[in-house]
Design a protein around this ligand. Structure first.
Ligand SMILES: [Zn+2]
Ligand SMILES: [Zn+2]
Length: 556
């Protein structure tokens, strides 16, 4: 029976290019997941968009002497190019700058207000006496009162992931001039998060299928108690508070950005001509997954669910498979100092699949992992090219040459051949199970082990050597190998969509791999193959030094 799967993906701030940390953390995993489910024949809606509001964007605009709208337009386009280049298959990648999103966000605000989950109160807002302005949270830096990490921003601590109120910071400073800000009273709206603690705790305790670290983090967080949170700010750039008397105040970006998951589904439904269709991904029998980096966990396991509970009538998250961080060459990634590998830059020089491969087989699912150029080249050359690419190439070129470009007709399968086919079937089934539970790293490792096993099978059968004396035995071994390639094409498709689609065509299949379903296809004898080409290219070891030189400086 086909399932419905909603996939919400973290909304990248439109204030800079994407880097490999973003991709490993939040963007590659949902794409693998979406492609897997589509191949299974399930209905998938995968959405995200650029987060166009908030102070990272106004800070960037101020630095570059541009308007915020220019900054967001530039990066939104770059995001779209990056998704196309890397093959991240969103059903809709929109932005928080649309009229639709403003409507949906204001509607949720008004509904929660109406139900008493939002209330008005006076709040101390940071004001810089030197700059003579109110300071948004990200314009303030200080020491985290929970983990004592210095250089903590006023909205959230990167070190311990705790959301922050600037007034909580120890020794706060204005980011623009370094002056200690004063705190002045200003009237704002608060979300009554504290009212949801018990309901959230009951709900989270039932989510035993969540990753252990995410479940534990969320439970600890809830057990520590919840504070109500201000959801409006004195800024011009954002979605206005939809009430008279609150001019110059906007919905706080964290409150409105998470609503993007819902507004994007509504936009997708409208653009498809069936305005009510979003409901099929938000109500009833549908599982909702949220793919995010670990810094976003509380917003998706606590705050967004609380907003949904308060609004009522929409599905809560089914799973939040957040990933950990990526380090670069053993050091913490720093965008400000350029210690990062930027995706547009990568895509200008390399194919997408080698990166997708490395970030899948070494995915930061349960702990931080390191990216190094040496490992990138090694895994490309030793694993993608030598293990998998060569297997495909030597089988297809030999068959193409020796069997008139067609799938050969096999004889009887001996026990070794049968065992390899069984392993292919087991791989398909085990990967099905692993992917279903978002264990991506484990899944791709199984596929690669099937490729290794097939190489061993061919080494033993050596169809290229025996073809002169026993053409039938050679044909059988090659037929078995081609059957395994059909399996690898399917199971590797979620991870390596570009090369898998090529292989699909080399094998003589038409259309999109997804249409073939998650199953082992036996190719028909006589099926016409396309002239094969290598799926991957070897990379020069010298690139390690060249690429490492491009990096900026690590965080001090
Ligand atoms: Zn902290
Ligand atoms: Zn200042």
């Amino acid at each position: 029976m086909s399932e419905r799967i909603f996939i919400g993906v973290a909304w990248p701030y439109a204030d800079g290019p994407l880097h490999l940390g973003h991709i490993a953390g939040a963007y590659l995993p949902p794409d693998i997941f979406a492609r897997y489910h589509r191949t299974k024949g399930n209905e998938v809606l995968m959405v995200s968009g650029s987060d166009q509001h908030g102070t990272p964007i106004t800070i960037k605009a101020e630095q570059e002497g541009k308007k915020p709208s220019q900054i967001v337009a530039q990066y939104h386009q770059q995001f779209l190019d990056s998704w196309r280049g890397l093959g991240i298959s969103f059903d809709l990648f929109t932005s928080t700058g649309t009229a639709n999103h403003a409507d949906v966000a204001q509607n949720i605000f008004l509904t929660l207000l109406d139900k008493g989950y939002i209330y008005k109160a006076s709040v101390a807002q940071a004001f810089c006496p030197h700059c003579q302005r109110f300071l948004p949270d990200r314009y303030i830096e200080g020491t985290c009162p929970y983990c004592y990490s210095s250089k903590t921003r006023g909205d959230q601590c990167d070190e311990c992931s705790k959301p922050m109120n600037p007034v909580e910071l120890i020794d706060p400073r204005c980011l623009l001039c370094g002056t200690t800000p004063q705190f002045k009273d200003s009237e704002h709206f608060f979300f009554r998060l504290s009212a949801f603690r018990d309901r959230l705790l009951d709900w989270v305790k039932q989510q035993t299928h969540w990753r252990q670290n995410i479940l534990n983090f969320t439970l600890r967080y809830l057990e520590g108690g919840l504070k109500d949170r201000a959801i409006t700010r004195d800024i011009e750039w954002g979605i206005p508070v939809p009430l008279d008397g609150f001019e110059g105040k906007c919905l706080y970006v964290w409150f409105e950005a998470v609503i993007g998951y819902l507004s994007a589904a509504k936009e997708w439904a409208k653009s498809g001509g069936d305005e009510e269709k979003w409901r099929s991904f938000w109500q009833g029998e549908v599982k909702s997954y949220y793919f995010i980096g670990k810094d976003n966990i509380p917003f998706h396991t606590i705050i967004w669910p609380a907003m949904l509970m308060g609004y009522d009538g929409l599905n809560l998250p089914y799973d939040v498979p957040a990933n950990q961080f990526l380090t670069i060459e053993g050091k913490r990634l720093s965008t400000s100092r350029g210690w990062a590998v930027w995706l547009p830059d990568y895509l200008s020089r390399y194919d997408p699949d080698p990166l997708r491969y490395l970030l899948s087989i070494n995915m930061p699912e349960t702990g931080d992992v390191d990216f190094s150029w040496r490992e990138f080249i090694r895994r490309n050359n030793d694993e993608l090219v030598a293990t998998y690419g060569n297997l495909v190439h030597r089988v297809l070129t030999f068959v193409y040459r020796s069997f008139d470009g067609c799938v050969p007709t096999p004889g009887e399968f001996d026990s070794h051949s049968q065992a390899l086919l069984n392993k292919a079937k087991d791989t398909l089934n085990m990967m099905d199970e692993l992917l279903y539970w978002c264990h991506f790293k484990g899944a791709i490792r199984l596929a690669m082990s099937l490729a290794q096993e097939t190489n061993r099978y061919l080494d033993e059968k050596s169809p290229w050597k025996i073809i002169k004396q026993d053409r039938q035995a050679s044909a059988t071994a090659l037929y078995i190998a081609i059957s395994v390639l059909c399996c690898l094409r399917t199971v590797l498709y979620p991870f390596l969509p570009f090369s898998s689609q090529k292989l699909h065509e080399f094998l003589g299949f038409k259309g999109n791999i997804e249409d073939g379903g998650w199953q082992l296809h036996f190719p028909s004898p006589g099926q016409r193959l396309l002239p094969p080409e290598p799926l991957f290219s070897k990379l020069d070891e010298g690139l390690v030094e060249e690429e490492t030189k491009r990096l900026g400086l690590p965080d001090s």
